[in-house]
Design a protein around this ligand. Structure first.
Ligand code: ATP
Length: 242
């Protein structure tokens, strides 16, 4: 089971030193071919959950398995998982292209020349790809970060708030890219607080609020239908959770 499902998280808990339980017994899974939207308002625990899945922080309880392997904090999952963290860090004096190349070398992920070209297309930075990243806008950095995460087309792609800093046409341009990515049998997880965007982009959703999962399933399963947007479903689910 763990081998067949690319991303399985069970009973994850994270408490910060101030005693605040940012993630409180969170379980869900993401299958091949799915674009899963992890959604919830700011502070719901999305980033903390994804950081545990990426092995960047250690859970207090629970487990995450990626491609059948348990995630251990500190161990490199980046060879197997493409990840965009909030506010991606780059080497500011190097060009966008040089940053992609150095990331590629650091992960040890096998990447073919054609896949590098694909990543450059996704970044859509034009001539700016050869200019230092320190001159980039937030949106340009974000597009470079998304392209970097997709470099080599890893089986599992995790993007934390990928729409940050993007304008509406750029957000719209991301939708077919993610759909196509998953259509090849890969798995995409995106976190977002933009419910309308998640509704347009994702096949499945995991709704989080105050550290807990309130509902999960396909967009249809959670009750999105004519007259019921994801936003209205989410608000009534929160209200029901009291
Ligand atoms: P956002 O979109 O704002 O990142 P989120 O759903 O991703 O929201 P988290 O960033 O996971 O939420 O934060 C969940 C809760 O944990 C918040 O209440 C936040 O204040 C708290 N939190 C996050 N990081 C820390 C930390 N390092 N120390 C203490 N509390 C933290």
């Amino acid at each position: 089971d763990l081998v067949d499902v690319p991303l399985v998280i069970e009973g994850l808990v994270k408490e910060y030193p101030d005693g605040h339980r940012a993630v409180d017994d969170v379980s869900w899974r993401a299958e091949r071919g799915q674009v899963v939207g992890l959604l919830g308002p700011n502070g719901a625990g999305k980033t903390t959950t994804l950081r545990m899945v990426m092995g960047l922080i250690r859970p207090d309880a629970g487990t995450a398995h990626v491609l059948g392997q348990p995630v251990t904090a500190g161990a490199a999952v980046l060879g197997r998982v493409g990840a965009l963290v909030e506010g991606p860090g780059f080497l500011p004096h190097l060009s966008g292209r040089a940053n992609l190349l150095s990331y590629w070398a650091a992960t040890g992920r096998p990447v073919e020349e054609a896949q590098l070209e694909e990543a450059l297309d996704i970044a859509a930075l034009g001539d700016a790809i050869d200019r230092p990243v320190k001159a980039y806008s937030q949106g340009m950095r974000q597009r470079l970060g998304i392209a970097q995460a997709m470099l080599g087309m890893p089986e599992v792609l995790i993007l934390d708030e990928p729409t940050n800093g993007l304008d509406p046409p750029q957000i719209a341009a991301m939708r077919p890219i993610l759909a196509q990515y998953a259509a090849g049998g890969r798995t995409v997880v995106v976190s977002s607080h933009l419910l309308a965007e998640v509704e347009m982009t994702c096949s499945h959703v995991v709704m989080m609020h105050a550290g807990r999962v309130l509902a999960a399933g396909s967009v249809d399963d959670v009750g999105v239908a004519e007259g019921h947007t994801l936003e209205s479903v989410f608000l009534s689910t929160i209200a029901g959770a009291g």
